[in-house]
Design a protein around this ligand. Structure first.
Ligand code: F6R
Length: 600
């Protein structure tokens, strides 16, 4: 949701910022704009719709300058139109601003400080620019005025400001919205995430709530709201522009599906020492084995949590509950013993999960975040953190982050089992190596996925995914993947539950995908499949080798029974992808969805 970029350096700001904004497109937006410092002024261009619309607007305009800001807006206050698009300028025209998030007290601030200001747009953002102008006219320097205003804002924000009277620096600040600083040689940047800056630098500094940053060509200085300079370490990422471009692929989603075997291998490398031993413990120093685990997450990450529960319970013998963050927030279960809260989040910025983290920390419980994004809010604010090392995930539909989350929780389970002295635990690295080979084989079976789509999903409005135990968890994920990108109504159901209601929906030709990877229930789920076939359904059976029967549509390589989701999800991801493609949907940017859901 909303993307933000600020650049100061020697490159042409227009191109540098537009490249950054395109990398943030995955977050979801409905208008875009840039503000560039030129010889004349700070020139602002904005347009409703996609960045291409903005590019068309400025195609024949010469905009030369090496300082600027840019924004993609996902409308909150005010409809998505050209006027409400960012940047916004203050009443005197001196200050130009872009902002992500929601200022909750903007009406009070108007009444208290600038009651007579006429707003151009319906946005809360414009008010921030007017306020900085107001305080600077009262005699404060721009930095002081910026600090003053930041201190008064309530809500979530990431802001970048240009002072038209001194364009040698940019000012930026954040609260509960993502913002990261990127450091170059003779150039500096801020943006919503690293992908938007990777064409300029791979060296970053985290920014935290309650701080602001002043950047010029040479320096990037982080300060507290009292003006004290903060010393912050830099970190580098080991990926480059190819990680954030589709390359030979038509879509990020397919590229990311294909990256999964490499991600699993990378996770092995990241969490194995030179002797081949698990060294995940170095990230968990001081973590006593919990008596209970509560996993909190949303969407696909919640589905990974369902698998995580089985891993923690079966491998580490720790009772584990899995909760949807937005439910937990208002209906906290009774908490027992000395628990650990595990937050699973690709982006590390999901507002619902962040809300629970805040709530739980106030109650003094221990927290661990499993995330793909170093420096994200959930990463920073948890006591312990484990990175999933999946590389940037750009497609809105999560694929490689899901499998990476499961793999990391599997390693965590082994670590906790070792801490508890549970003997005979699994050689997880070996099992994960087997998984990566199995994934390699599956990703090369794209023709099979295409044929299944042609046979089952060309013109269907709804379908079912059924499975039991871990297969049920994967069915939920398969159904989510299909519905979010192809808009086919898809239900993931526990096979045994069908007869308790949903079987009423089965009619002639209803596609039912049946997952079978667990010997214990192989017969039962086949009976459930029979039940729907006899009511007209058309089943597509995806079964593990050894459990398959003649006529099954897809046979999966055999892997460790606790890790089957890592392979069984791949056909479902591919089927969702080709179904969306077949229906002409925008695969990487499905309607109404944002990659990083930073509002509750
Ligand atoms: C679905 C999807 C979403 C996210 C959910 C949580 O493909 O991507 O369901 O899983 O919005 O996001 P994170 O994992 O960033 O907390």
């Amino acid at each position: 949701m909303c993307g933000i970029v600020g650049y100061i350096g020697f490159r042409q700001a227009k191109e540098t910022i537009l490249t950054g904004l395109k990398r943030l497109e995955y977050r979801g937006y409905d208008s875009a704009g840039i503000g560039i410092v030129t010889d004349e002024d700070v020139e602002v261009y904005k347009e409703k719709g996609k960045i291409e619309a903005l590019e068309r607007l400025i195609k024949n305009v010469e905009i030369k300058g090496t300082v600027g800001i840019g924004h993609t807006r996902w409308a909150t206050h005010g409809v998505p139109n050209q006027i409400n698009a960012h940047p916004h300028q203050s009443y005197s025209g001196r200050y130009t601003i872009v902002h992500n998030g929601i200022i909750e007290n903007y009406k009070e601030l108007i009444e208290t400080y600038i009651p007579n200001i006429k707003r151009e747009s319906e946005t809360d953002t414009e008010v921030i620019a007017h306020l900085v102008d107001h305080f600077s006219q009262k005699g404060l320097s721009t930095e002081e005025a910026f600090r003053e205003v930041i201190g008064k804002l309530e809500g979530s924000f990431a802001i970048v400001l240009i002072d038209g009277q001194d364009t040698s620096r940019l000012y930026a600040a954040k609260n509960k919205s993502p913002l990261l600083a990127g450091l170059g040689q003779g150039e500096n940047m801020v943006a919503s995430d690293a992908t938007a800056m990777i064409h300029v630098t791979n060296t970053f500094k985290e920014l935290k709530d309650g701080e602001y940053v002043v950047l010029d060509h040479e320096n990037l200085i982080i300060k507290t709201l009292d003006g004290d300079v903060i010393d912050r370490d830099v970190y580098t990422v080991d990926w480059d522009t190819s990680s954030v471009e589709t390359g030979a692929y038509e879509h990020f989603m397919l590229k990311e599906i294909d990256e999964q075997p490499a991600v699993i291998r990378n996770i092995i490398t990241q969490y194995q020492d030179e002797q081949g031993q698990l060294n995940i413990g170095r990230h968990l120093q001081g973590l006593a084995v919990p008596s209970r685990v509560y996993i909190v997450a949303c969407g696909t990450s919640y589905h990974a949590g369902l698998v995580g529960k089985r891993l923690l319970e079966q491998i580490a013998h720790i009772p584990t509950e899995v909760h949807i963050a937005s439910e937990f927030l208002y209906d906290q279960p009774l908490i027992e013993g000395d628990p650990l809260f595990i937050f699973i989040s690709q982006s590390g910025e999901t507002a619902d999960s962040r809300g629970v983290l805040d709530q739980i920390k106030k109650q003094g419980y221990r927290t661990l975040t499993v995330t793909n994004v170093q420096g994200s809010t959930l990463y920073r604010e948890a006591d312990y953190k484990l990175l999933t090392h999946a590389g940037p995930e750009i497609a809105v539909a999560s694929t490689k982050a899901y499998t990476a989350q499961i793999a990391v929780v599997a390693l965590l389970s082994i670590y906790l089992a070792e801490q508890k002295g549970i003997a005979g635990s699994i050689d997880m690295f070996q099992e994960l190596r087997t998984i990566s080979t199995a994934m390699d084989a599956l990703k090369d079976m794209k023709d099979k996925a295409k044929h299944i789509v042609e046979e089952y999903l060309t013109d269907q409005r709804s379908c079912f995914f059924i499975g039991r135990l871990l297969d049920y968890a994967v069915c939920l994920e398969g159904a989510l993947k299909l519905k979010e990108i192809s808009y086919i109504q898809a239900e993931g159901y526990a096979g045994g539950e069908l007869k308790h209601g949903p079987i009423a929906l089965i009619e002639d030709g209803t596609p039912v995908f049946v997952l079978i990877t667990d010997q214990r229930i192989a017969k039962n789920i086949r009976s459930n499949a029979e039940e729907v076939v006899s009511r007209g359904a058309k089943t597509c059976v995806i079964a593990a080798e050894g459990l398959h029967e003649e006529g099954d549509q897809w046979v999966l390589p055999r892997v460790h029974p606790l890790l089957t989701p890592l392979v069984s999800v791949i056909p479902l991801q591919l089927i969702a992808y080709y179904a969306a493609l077949e229906r002409g949907c925008d695969v990487d940017k499905p309607r109404n969805l944002a990659k990083s859901v930073t509002v509750e």
